[in-house]
Design a protein. Structure first.
Length: 318
């Protein structure tokens, strides 16, 4: 699927599917998609990627990432790295593509503000969830508005603290991972319900009758890998059991796409040590970024910003 600078979306929007208050629209590619990138979860699971502190002293905003594979590596923005090999848990700022057999600096933010400890083991892994959707959206907004294209670390901590307080989570280190651990059982019920078809390459997710986010990938394989993490990210923000039906329709997704088309846009080259180019967009309604490589979409993320909350439902499920 190609998306040019004018956002000519080359996919079809499916009908909504609902489980409790989580609503999913699958996006179907109009052409057969294929890529040669491996994903971060696959690379970490198969020891094809190594992550460590930038040096012995460590630096909150950077980690060292080595891609040991011959293939290019996709690291998704909002992926969370946890474990005692790191001085504290980190969340990836923005999606990046890393060349095969190379080492680079990965830009990250702290998501465990009350820990900065020496490495006590080689334990490190990716969380089963991405950063919850509100913080994910705020990070995209901050990157667009920052002269250095960086997240706002204070805002990241504030979002996590607010979430911990709201969900009554106990965490001495203010770890975002503890939020997921508390909600895991409820969230996994949602994850298992939504299964993509073989021609799906993206998804729009909503809560109740409000759209939240859009993610499009370069292939069906990448969507299958990241869909559970995407659903957990949204469900962590506002999960509840309900017997009521959403009134979100496909026309609401197309309206979301028009908002993206009409937003302010800026083009950036990839940073040193990474591949691809960015088309970032932002305004009072939406925020996000398109990452391309050789003019082809690798990852496209968009978020509908939290404004006024519309009524959730209009009718009971039959």
């Amino acid at each position: 699927m190609n998306i040019d600078q004018k956002f000519n979306f080359n996919f079809e929007v499916g009908e909504p599917k609902q489980k409790n208050n989580i609503v999913v629209f699958f996006l179907r590619s109009k052409v057969k998609m294929k890529d040669d990138l491996i994903t971060f979860p696959y690379a970490m699971k198969n020891n094809l990627a190594e992550v460590e502190e930038i040096n012995e002293k460590g630096f909150i905003e950077n980690l060292k990432l080595s891609n040991k594979s011959d293939q290019k590596l996709l690291v998704l923005g909002s992926e969370i790295l946890v474990g005692n090999k790191l001085k504290q848990d980190r969340v990836v700022d923005e999606s990046v593509i890393i060349s095969g057999n190379s080492t680079t600096t990965l830009r990250v933010s702290c998501c465990e503000k009350n820990r900065w400890s020496p490495a006590v083991s080689e334990n490190i892994s990716l969380s089963e969830t991405l950063l919850f959707s509100k913080a994910r959206s705020n990070n995209a907004d901050d990157i667009y508005n920052s002269k250095q294209n960086k997240t706002d670390q204070i805002r990241v901590w504030e979002d996590i603290d607010e979430k911990i307080k709201h969900d009554e989570v106990k965490s001495f280190t203010s770890s975002v991972e503890e939020i997921y651990k508390k909600r895991r059982n409820n969230v996994e019920e949602i994850v298992k319900y939504f299964q993509p078809g073989e021609d799906h390459i993206g998804v729009v997710i909503g809560i109740g009758s409000r759209l939240v986010s859009l993610d499009v990938f370069s292939s069906n394989d990448h969507l299958k890998i990241y869909l559970p993490r995407l659903i957990r990210s949204v469900a962590l923000d506002s999960f509840k059991k309900t017997g009521y039906k959403t009134y979100l329709k496909t026309k609401d997704v197309y309206k979301f796409l028009r908002m993206i088309e009409n937003s302010d846009k800026r083009i950036y080259n990839g940073r040193s040590g990474s591949l691809g180019n960015y088309l970032r967009f932002n305004d009072s309604l939406v925020t996000g970024a398109l990452l391309t490589l050789e003019q082809k979409t690798v990852h496209f993320y968009a978020s509908l910003k939290e404004l006024s909350t519309p009524p959730d439902f209009k009718s009971k499920v039959a």
